[in-house]
Design a protein around this ligand. Structure first.
Ligand SMILES: *Cc1c(COP(=O)(O)O)cnc(C)c1O
Length: 471
């Protein structure tokens, strides 16, 4: 299995190199050269398999010869053994047609654990045989940072520098990051917004001299291995609801388009996906793009679902690659236009192609609160704001009556207790696996939102890719 860049100029790479590289050298994102397609019989053979066995079957073609099957199974067993539910990602039935797929039973209570627990183990394995040190630099609005830090704390040959906007993540989210005191974890509160943090990370990668010296790597969903790990739960859930004999729809609370792109990939692999509902909050660039062809950025409005408060959806480029006929040069030109003008218009044909699988919805704060109340009052489920946006879009979607609709529940309600309490009157307790969070010591640096300040901090506290030989 080879991976190609969406911008067509970077060399094709194998799985190991793609995992360590994150972003392609031409600024594009890696994708499999072609999708492995599962037959109906292969999908039927997933019935009754454990999560780990499903993961091995679904990911094997992507990992190819980088790791043998027994090795992959061992990594999956270690990653998913840390989840607090025996089913890893259990399905909960809400009414006769709606289901929640609970993706938040990992160590940091958000769906990002599903991918990052595995990614941490992949990094460790691939680095163990190389004479190199990796520096992960990331920007987080909360969930990515805590999941990456949990997955990488104490691992050899990797440092993590995680930037979060000072004062703009919840107390639970901040403490999940800043109370991890492992020497390879470096939290930085920047004096700026999440977009400022993301811009600094991009600039650090663009400084190729610096990026090479420190071998910068990425843990956000531009990393293909993350999306690969997220494919698994689409198969796992759909098979439990009747695939390959019955098509299933998924509603996905969306920010960077990573999670929902994994659903698209599952459909490309032959899973019968009736529709993918792209659920956004009022930061609705993806809804505007899919419903009206208007992919243009505005300013971010902070909401109760902060992990979806974005203006540029990095993974949308992966869909745009297919909508440009997988022509890297054409997409590269289109992306240059987008980066200059902050807007791109999808053609009628591109919109029609996307509409074959995707529908989209913009869910405002009232509709979000209503979905949380419906969940609690009618089904007894306490649902976090992100999942509520998915559920609201799912309930409003116009789909055939015999299609089950699975809403991806992306965060544990305890992570967003204030918003949940405002909507439902219920204050979710912290699960045992993160209790004690408010008693632990915190450690983080506070720095200005400039590339120079961050690079200086990395030089002072990090490790170059190759430690210089003593003279
Ligand atoms: C990251 C995140 C999302 C958005 O996922 P994308 O892959 O960026 O679309 C939604 N909900 C929660 C809770 C998240 O942490």
């Amino acid at each position: 299995m080879r991976y190609v860049s969406t911008r067509g100029a970077a060399a094709a790479l194998g799985f190991e190199d793609v995992t360590l590289a994150g972003l392609a050298s031409d600024g594009g994102l890696y994708l499999p050269e072609s999708w492995p397609v599962f037959t109906s019989d292969q999908i039927a053979a997933l019935k009754g398999l454990s999560y780990v066995d499903t993961a091995v079957a679904v990911m094997k073609p992507f990992v190819a010869d980088a790791i043998d099957e027994a090795g992959l199974r061992a990594l999956c067993a270690a990653a998913y053994g840390r989840f607090a539910h025996a089913a890893v990602t259990p399905l909960v039935q809400l009414d006769q047609r709606h289901f929640l797929l609970e993706l938040f039973h990992g160590p940091t209570l958000a769906f990002k654990d599903v991918a990052l627990q595995l990614l941490g183990l992949l990094f460790e394995r691939f680095l163990s045989s190389r004479d190199t040190h990796l520096t992960i630099i990331g920007a987080t609005s909360g969930d990515t940072g805590s999941a990456a830090i949990d997955a990488l704390a104490g691992r050899a040959k990797v440092d993590v520098f995680m930037l979060h906007p000072a004062g703009r993540v919840s107390d639970v989210q901040r403490r999940q990051m800043t109370t991890v005191l492992a020497p390879n974890i470096h939290n930085i509160a920047i004096d700026g917004s999440f977009d400022d943090a993301q811009a600094i990370v991009k600039a650090a990668f663009a400084d190729t001299d610096f990026a090479g010296r420190y071998r910068l790597g990425a843990v956000n969903s531009i990393n293909w291995a993350r999306l690969m790990a997220q494919l698994v739960y689409y198969f796992y859930a759909a098979v439990r609801l009747g695939a390959p004999d019955r098509a299933v729809a998924f509603s996905v609370p969306t920010g960077n388009f990573g999670d929902v792109f994994a659903g698209y990939a599952a459909a490309k692999m032959g899973l019968p996906v009736a529709k993918l509902i792209v659920a956004t909050n009022v930061n609705d660039i993806l809804h505007r793009a899919l419903s009206a062809g208007d992919y243009s950025t505005g300013t971010v409005t902070p909401t109760a679902a902060p992990s979806m408060d974005i203006q540029v959806s990095s993974n949308f480029e992966r869909l745009l690659f297919d909508l440009h006929g997988r022509d890297g040069a054409a997409l590269s030109a289109a992306m240059a236009g987008f980066e200059a003008d902050r807007r791109m218009t999808l053609s009628e044909a591109q919109r029609a192609e996307a509409a074959g699988l995707f529908v989209s919805a913009r869910v405002d704060p009232d509709e979000m609160a209503l979905a949380m109340r419906w969940g609690f009052q009618e089904t007894g489920q306490i649902i976090d704001p992100h999942s509520a946006i998915g559920l609201s879009a799912a309930r409003a979607a116009d789909l055939p009556a015999d299609v089950p609709v699975v809403t991806l529940a992306t965060a544990h309600p305890a992570k967003f207790r204030d918003a949940v309490e405002r909507a439902t009157g219920q204050r979710p307790g912290l699960p045992a696996r993160i209790s004690g969070l408010f008693e632990r010591e915190e450690r983080y640096a506070t720095l200005p939102a400039t590339l120079g300040a961050i690079q200086e901090h990395i030089v002072a506290h990090g490790t170059p890719a190759r430690v210089a030989e003593p003279a």
